[in-house]
Ligand binder design. Structure first.
Ligand code: PRP
Length: 209
């Protein structure tokens, strides 16, 4: 595997944009790449192996060195604080982290409940604001929590704003802007510097237009 570059790709909404970007960078990815349910996809002509993982797990594969590089949202990077290099802002999958809730929610509690997939980010945000809160970790469909009384507010990703709107929630505060990043395992960065530098260079050109 020494001369094969393993790239961890996030399944789901980032995947399409990331694959599109790799194609624009000149990597020949087969058409079935986008439709496949396979979790390991080899592209021998490019000497690349792709592994498809949940967005939160991409960084784990890269940190453990089973993937040399990966594509991960800044939200995941902030939450996971792992030992990987973040080498490039790909400027795709733009969105932001925000605090949201039902309009006119009265907060009587000393420590209101905040539901989120991002407990670390949410804790440090409210600490900085000097607010005492109780964090409730969920794994998805975060917008459900205020609707059924699990939490007063949520901290979650807002992209188009549709999920908030369709569930009658309003955005209360913006926390930070998010884009996808190219991340690299520190050992791979030394051992496979050539293909990694080339990948960074080719993707940089696409970003630069
Ligand atoms: C994300 C996020 C919001 C939604 C925001 O969820 O957690 O729920 O997208 O997008 P929008 O502003 O365009 O509506 P995702 O679909 O990734 O699934 P999840 O609920 O399982 O986290």
């Amino acid at each position: 595997m020494k001369d094969i570059l393993t790239i961890a790709m996030p399944k789901g909404r980032i995947f399409e944009e990331a694959a599109d970007m790799l194609r624009k960078a000149g990597y020949q990815l087969p058409p079935e790449f986008d439709e496949s349910r396979k979790l390991i996809l080899d592209v021998p002509n490019e000497k690349i192996r792709f592994i498809l993982a949940k967005p939160m797990d991409v960084v784990t594969y890269v940190e453990h060195g089973v993937a040399d590089v990966g594509i991960a949202g800044k939200d995941v990077m902030l939450e996971e604080e792992r030992d990987v290099y973040e080498v490039l802002d790909l400027k795709i999958s733009e969105c932001y982290l925000a605090v949201a809730g039902l309009p006119d929610t009265k907060i009587n509690d000393v420590a209101p409940k905040i539901a989120t997939k991002y407990p670390k980010v949410a804790s440090s945000y409210f600490r900085e604001q000097g607010e005492q809160v109780e964090i409730i970790k969920l794994n998805g469909s975060i917008e459900l929590a205020p609707l059924i009384g699990l939490a007063e507010r949520i901290v979650d990703i807002v992209s188009t704003g549709r999920t908030l709107k369709e569930n009658g929630l309003v955005e209360l505060e913006q926390i930070c802007h998010i884009t996808s990043r190219l991340i690299v395992n520190p050992v791979s960065y030394r051992m496979k510097d050539e293909p990694i530098d080339e990948l960074v260079e080719r993707l940089s050109k696409v970003i630069g237009g």
